[in-house]
Design a protein around this ligand. Structure first.
Ligand code: NAD
Length: 464
């Protein structure tokens, strides 16, 4: 296998952008071109002011600043980049289907198929095609069929190389990956392709962290990893509900069980629920696959993780309503945070959306503050639900740039994202200018119960 000197990545999103920036940064002899059909997104990646990159991730702008224009390029010329590269990553979105067979569960692979057809059309020499997107097990077969049947008789070697980064810590996760997974065919050309991709990662990761498997194990491992992570969150969240009824404290439970080395301490933070583009979509996909093989008990088991997450979000909103004397109509409620977690501007499946929607149904007047999410994004998320008209959403919910001013004369504050800055606010001053009794609902457990109570707040923390 020739040495890789040119890489193309199709899809300049939350995965393609950061992943390729790190590869380019660590492999100066490889030219990396990230392409996307979204012209606005590519323009943002090429912006002079690195504060305006389309994605916010700690450490990203520094890496882009170092490599862009040297061996890292962002372009809308998809065909040219495909033609020139020896290795092509597909990193496009694979959302849950919203139509037809598998609606609401299966992954929508239309973007993947378009990429495969495009590669087949353009390629004039042998290519390694790397699935970076999260895909249902056995997708590589479909990609291979499309490439082999519509291509120009060149040889395509398909690899699965799922991405395990978490938003908010993407750069650190990429630089210090626990492991990299490369699935490929068990043939001489498959092995050569796996080794070629491995050599890219070996620029900065020890070889023993690069695991090689067959394609199907690699594809399925990604779904299973996300299912296990989400399952831990849902598990502790169900216990948070029990704690609230029994005077047990969920943090003490997490600590007590986390010390058990078989359980471990991570992913045991109770919260308003998990969000993000991946957990729900990937579990639904796993459920769909299991059901399609007639494995209904397997499907039911994993589906429960989603059901528990929906319950947690609903429970948080219902607690706000019942605590505020069973009516929030006309009451001013400030939402702190809209992103699905701190240190990202991504709002996909954010619990904030479900909480806001439930409160708006009760005619609350909502003010939202998030340090990184734009007003347009917030309204787009709400409008997408279709629960009420865009006009009504804009009438009942306002977005504010001033988190402190927003709480003047407010009835309640609900913390839905764990931004560090929220901990540093002058909560006494906030209390002083809120309506009394003043309520804080802490969906992320970031504030100190004693301090908040001492100030005078009616303070509700998930799991206590
Ligand atoms: N976001 C995460 O934290 C994360 C982590 C691990 C894996 N993944 C997986 O990675 C994949 C990408 O996720 P993302 O969050 O980066 O998505 P994203 O929506 O942020 O980015 C995908 C990009 O692909 C572009 N695109 C779609 N079709 C295209 C085409 N035919 N040609 C060129 N560009 C095209 C879109 O315009 C978009 O900019 C998904 O399968 C996801 O499940 C995501």
């Amino acid at each position: 296998m020739k040495k890789i000197t040119k890489i193309c990545c199709i899809g300049a999103g939350y995965v393609g952008g950061p992943t390729m920036s790190v590869i380019a940064n660590k492999c100066p002899e490889i030219q990396v071109t990230v392409v996307d059909i979204n012209k606005a997104r590519i323009a943002q990646w090429n912006t002079d002011n690195l504060d305006n990159l389309p994605i916010y991730e700690p450490g990203l702008k520094e890496i882009v600043g170092e490599s862009r224009g040297k061996n890292l390029f962002f372009s809308t010329d998809v065909d040219k980049a495909i033609d020139e590269a020896q290795m092509i990553f597909i990193s496009v979105n694979t959302p849950t289907k919203t139509y037809g067979k598998g609606k609401g569960q299966a992954a929508d692979l239309k973007f993947i198929e378009l990429c495969a057809r495009n590669i087949a059309k353009v390629a004039k020499d042998d290519k390694i095609v790397v699935e970076k997107s999260t895909l249902p097990v056995r997708t590589a077969q479909a990609i291979q069929n499309i490439l082999d049947n519509t291509g120009n008789s060149v040889h395509f070697e398909i690899l699965s190389n799922p991405e395990f980064l978490a938003e908010g810590t993407a750069i650190d996760d990429l630089l210090h990956a626990d492991r990299v997974l490369i699935g490929g065919n068990d043939t001489p050309s498959g092995q050569a392709a796996k080794d070629a991709l491995s050599a890219v990662y070996e620029h900065w990761l020890p070889k023993e962290r690069i695991l090689q498997t067959n394609v199907w194990s690699s594809e399925l491992s990604k779904l299973v990893a996300n299912a296990f992570l989400a399952q831990r969150v849902s598990s502790i969240n169900t216990i948070s509900a029990l704690c609230e009824k029994t005077d047990a404290n969920v943090q003490e439970i997490s600590r007590a069980i986390g010390y058990d080395s078989r359980i471990g301490p991570k992913f045991l933070n109770a919260s308003v629920g998990f969000g993000g583009s991946c957990f729900q979509k990937d579990i639904l996909n796993l459920v769909y696959i299991a059901r399609s093989y007639g494995l209904n008990e397997v499907a039911d088991y994993w589906e429960q993780v989603i059901i528990a997450n929906d319950y947690q979000k609903r429970r948080f909103a219902e607690n706000i309503i019942s605590t505020l004397y069973n009516t929030v109509s006309g009451k001013k409620i400030v939402l702190y945070g809209w992103a699905f977690k701190k240190d990202t501007n991504d709002t996909r499946e954010s619990p904030a959306i479900a909480v806001a929607d439930a409160l708006l149904e009760e005619r609350a007047e909502i003010l939202v503050y998030d340090p990184k999410v734009s007003e347009d994004r917030i309204y787009a998320d709400l409008d997408y639900l279709g629960t009420r008209t865009p006009q009504e959403n804009r009438k009942l919910l306002k977005v504010t740039p001033d988190p402190i001013e927003a709480t003047k004369e407010a009835h309640a504050i609900a913390i839905v994202t764990e931004w560090d800055a929220f901990k540093t606010y002058d909560w006494q001053a906030i209390y002083d200018h809120m309506l009394k009794p003043a309520f804080v609902f802490d969906g992320r457990r970031i504030l100190d119960t004693q301090t908040m109570k001492k100030i005078g707040f009616n303070y509700y923390k998930i799991g206590e």
